[in-house]
Structures are given as structure tokens and as C-alpha cells.
Design a protein around this ligand. Structure first.
Ligand code: KG4
Ligand code: ZN
Length: 341
């Protein structure tokens, strides 16, 4: 068996470790312990609690990969972006492992990880247009290669995934809000509430979700004032109407991206949708249609690997390993925010 990369992900509320074969890119082990239940009572991730839970969960998973230690050639660790206290939990474990096994360490950008979740167990395809929708980011990217990824559009305020989390919180539906709001939306009517489409009349090539979130908040307050309670029917219709506006907004800006690409003689012929919120089936449906209309091939990650996981971090690290791009244990640091890829 060829050597292995042991990768660790702890940028938010998922503790995850994976083992990937360097030559074949085959994922041979992956486990993730999510903290959703523990954070649900708070309606969002509590950083200090998340970091304590990583300190419990990561060693439990590590125990399972101990028999493979002799074959591990490098340790990969998410270093940016994310919650600083949780990134630190993973980084300390990664440094300890690299030091004691006397092998290189590779710091990995979490967003690049999401992009490479499209290529788990396969060669990467470039050039590539990408929509990244997660709890922390909403980005349109153009990727020419491993070291050539540029941000074409980003959010001026909140992210797509976070707006779902906030709507769920306002309705007391729990955390994470994405899957819950999506399932409520499926049962409701999307034309009951006429929420604004963010930046609709603006040519601005950017995303924004704070105004839409506020419109939803005001609708909930009006309903509470007039009816006293929020019925299930109200919640399903509200979720459906909100989801329609949020997705329409994404699609309007994606259209600009696709149009630009077309006038650029189809720079990219592949388009990937990644990040936790790329699991949203209503969004997938609309992106599929847009890709068909523009003659672009759609790439999606397996549903299991849309949300945070260490497998995608290991996949990025294989590229770094093959390029012999390693970090040093002493200087590798966490960087909660990203400036660029
Ligand atoms: O990529 P991810 O696991 O973590 C970050 O890097 O942020 O994304 C998590 C986000 C959460 O905001 C979650 O509510 C959202 O993705 N999400 C969804 C869906 N599933 C997860 N948003 C909309 N629809 C979904 N089905
Ligand atoms: Zn993520």
C-alpha cells in the first residue's frame, strides 16, 4: 500500500479525521462527529463549547486510525478560515502528531477543501467555475489550477447558509437551519410572502442576505402581534417564500457569471457547487437547469461530503504533498479569516 495522508478538520462544529492513499487518492477511512445537538439549544455554534467538544471527539477518532500510523507520510490540518478556538484544537493535535511521528505537516485552506470535495478519489478538472455556499461564505470562484483560484463575487454581509440558520432560529426550529428550513419549505407555498430579492435591481456583482433576513424577521413579528402564535402553516409558507428569494438571488448572480463566461469563449466548461448548503435540493435543481441552458457540465460533491469533513482536507493535501509543499511545525498558525486562496 502506498503512503497515507492523515487529515484533521475542526474549523467549526464538526470533528473529523480521514486517511487517504497518496498515489490512488482513495479514501480509506473517514469519520466525523458532529456537535449539532449540543449547539442546537443555542440556535448557533458556541465557539468555546465547540472547542471543548473537539478536545473530546478528535482523540476518540484518532484512536481508530492508530494502527495505520506507520504508513502515514504527512499530517494535513485545516488552518483557515474558521473559528480560531476550534482551529487551534485541531492544529495542536496535528502538530503533536507530526512531531512525534517525525513527518511533515500541511496546512490546508478549508474553502479549497470544499472545492476539492468535487474531486475526492479523482483527478481535479480545470478550468472550473464554482459556487461555494456554506455557513461562513457565499462565493463565486474561478479556478485555473491548484494555485490559481480567484474570488469573482462574495457576500457584502451574511452568507446563504447563515441566513437559513437565522430563519430557523427566529422560528425556534433548531440548528443547523439549512436542512430544517428546506424541509419546511417543501411543505409550504412559496408565493404567500413577497420577500425582496436582494440586489435585484443592482448590476452589483455581489451577494447580500441581511435585508432578506430582516424582512423575514418583520413578517414573523407581524404574525406574532396579530395571531399570538406561529402556526405550522405560517412556518412552512414563510420558509418556502424565504428559500425562493434566497435561491433566486443566488441564481441571478450566477447568471451574470455564466454570461461573462460565455462572452469569454467559455473559459470554463465545468461548474461545481460546493459547501454545506450545496446539499439544498431546490438549489441543485435550479443550478442543473442553468448548466444545461449554458452547455456547462455540472459537478457536485457526494451529499455526505458537502458539509465539513476531513476527507476534502486530505484530498487538497495530496496535491501539496506531490508538489512537496510542506509547512513547518514551529511556524504554522491558524488564520480565522481568508484574504485569498
Ligand atoms: O460547509 P458547512 O458544513 O460549514 C461551513 O463551512 O460553514 O456549511 C454549513 C452551512 C450551515 O449554515 C447550514 O445551515 C447550511 O450549510 N446548510 C444548508 C443546507 N444544509 C446545510 N443550507 C440550505 N439548505 C440545506 N439543505
Ligand atoms: Zn465548510
Amino acid at each position: 500500500m502506498s503512503g497515507l495522508i492523515l487529515s484533521i478538520e475542526s474549523s467549526c462544529d464538526d470533528s473529523s479525521i480521514a486517511l487517504t492513499q497518496i498515489d490512488s487518492k482513495l479514501l480509506i477511512f473517514h469519520q466525523k462527529i458532529s456537535q449539532e445537538k449540543q449547539h442546537s439549544a443555542f440556535g448557533g455554534v458556541v465557539p468555546e463549547l465547540a472547542s471543548r467538544l473537539h478536545a473530546e471527539s478528535l482523540p476518540l477518532i484518532l484512536e481508530k486510525v492508530k494502527p495505520y500510523f506507520k504508513e502515514v507520510k504527512a499530517i494535513a490540518i485545516t488552518t483557515e478560515p474558521g473559528l480560531n478556538v476550534t482551529l487551534m484544537e485541531g492544529l495542536i493535535m496535528a502538530k503533536t502528531l507530526a512531531f512525534s511521528l517525525n513527518i511533515p505537516i500541511i496546512g490546508v485552506n478549508h474553502l479549497k477543501g470544499h472545492l476539492y470535495s468535487l474531486f475526492l478519489e479523482s483527478e481535479a478538472v480545470f478550468p472550473l467555475g464554482v459556487l461555494l455556499v456554506s455557513g461562513g461564505h457565499t462565493l463565486l470562484l474561478e479556478a485555473q489550477g491548484f494555485h490559481d483560484i480567484s474570488i469573482c463575487a462574495q457576500s457584502l454581509d451574511d452568507s446563504f447558509g447563515e441566513s437559513f440558520d437565522k430563519v430557523a432560529k427566529m422560528l425556534l426550529l433548531g440548528y443547523p437551519g439549512g436542512p430544517i428550513v428546506e424541509s419546511y419549505a417543501k411543505q409550504g407555498k412559496s408565493d404567500i410572502y413577497n420577500f425582496p430579492i436582494p440586489l435585484r435591481s443592482k448590476k452589483q456583482y455581489a451577494f447580500s442576505f441581511s435585508g432578506l433576513k430582516n424582512a423575514v424577521r418583520m413578517q414573523i413579528e407581524r404574525e406574532k402581534e396579530s395571531k399570538g402564535i406561529l402556526s405550522e402553516e405560517f412556518k412552512t409558507n414563510l420558509c418556502a417564500s424565504f428559500q425562493k428569494s434566497a435561491i433566486t438571488h443566488l441564481m441571478q448572480k450566477c447568471k451574470i457569471f455564466f454570461e461573462q463566461n460565455r462572452s469569454n469563449s467559455h473559459q470554463w466548461k465545468h461548474f461545481g457547487v460546493v459547501g454545506g448548503a450545496s446539499a439544498n435540493l431546490a438549489l441543485r435543481e435550479q443550478i442543473e437547469k442553468m448548466c444545461r441552458d449554458y452547455g456547462v457540465t455540472l459537478l457536485l460533491s457526494p451529499l455526505e461530503f458537502c458539509s465539513d469533513n476531513a476527507a476534502m482536507i486530505g484530498r487538497v493535501a495530496i496535491e501539496s504533498y506531490q508538489l512537496e509543499e510542506f509547512d513547518t511545525i514551529y511556524s504554522l498558525q491558524t488564520r480565522p479569516r481568508i484574504e485569498a486562496f
